[in-house]
Design a protein around this ligand. Sequence first.
Ligand code: SF4
Length: 284
Amino acid sequence: MPTYQPASSVSSGALAHRVGTLTRRTTPATRPTPGSHPAARAKETPLALKRRARRINRTLQVAHPDAHCELNFRTPFELLVATVLSAQCTDVRVNQVTPHLFQRYPDPAAMAQANPAEVAEIIRSTGFFKTKAANLVALSEHLVAEHGGEVPAEFSALVALPGVGAKTAHVVRGNAFGIPGLTVDTHFGRLARRLMLSDSHDPRRVEEDVAALIDKSEWTMFSHRLIFHGRRVCHSRRAACGACLLAADCPSFGAAGPTDPAAAEALLKGDNIETLAQLAGLEE
Ligand code: SF4
């Protein structure tokens, strides 16, 4: 198996070479015609779909070697709280409020004693703050009463906590306990559908569809990579199709955003735009 180094430690030329040898590299000459992908014409076999899904994972691994959970946390409890707060809110915003919140309420025992109105005031900028505050206090009481003040790793125990659904449970299990899981958030769902790895809008169905395509050991990192790609390249409104290194493997190339390289490159976000553009064959 090939090994990968962080993008910052290798040249963009070397990265592009890896994309070319380990994946189906997109270059100006190989850039597809919108709508021409076999999957877009319902002509992809189940085996070809599985191979394409795994190739997409390898390509994303090269494009986003630093993909990780973008919520700041030091303990399973902090990750649980941060993930609850991230509903309908950006990770950046959550990371702005959690230092104060964790200083005031560092563990379930402290949060269980909290006045929900005080918690709500601290987390106000994350939205839905009254409901989130009530859930945080209630789930902390539950952790103290049922789990000795510890966050459980079992899926069934996590989703039994107030305000905790499957997505939050997978985030906590994958990133605090190292248990593989697919985190189907808004970015994951959108990209899974555009890449035609799933046709469902039901997160549980998307999870099942992708789980059948990607090795279990890769589930957590595949989630991070897909979410990174959604935040930096494949945006919900105007995707940077013409600057996307998944173009050759994407049935939605050109349907979600401009194929013109210059227009697409202007849509890239993040701190490695130049590398992403080079990997997509836009710059040498
Ligand atoms: S940016 Fe375009 S080509 Fe890339 S994954 Fe999204 S829809 Fe497909």
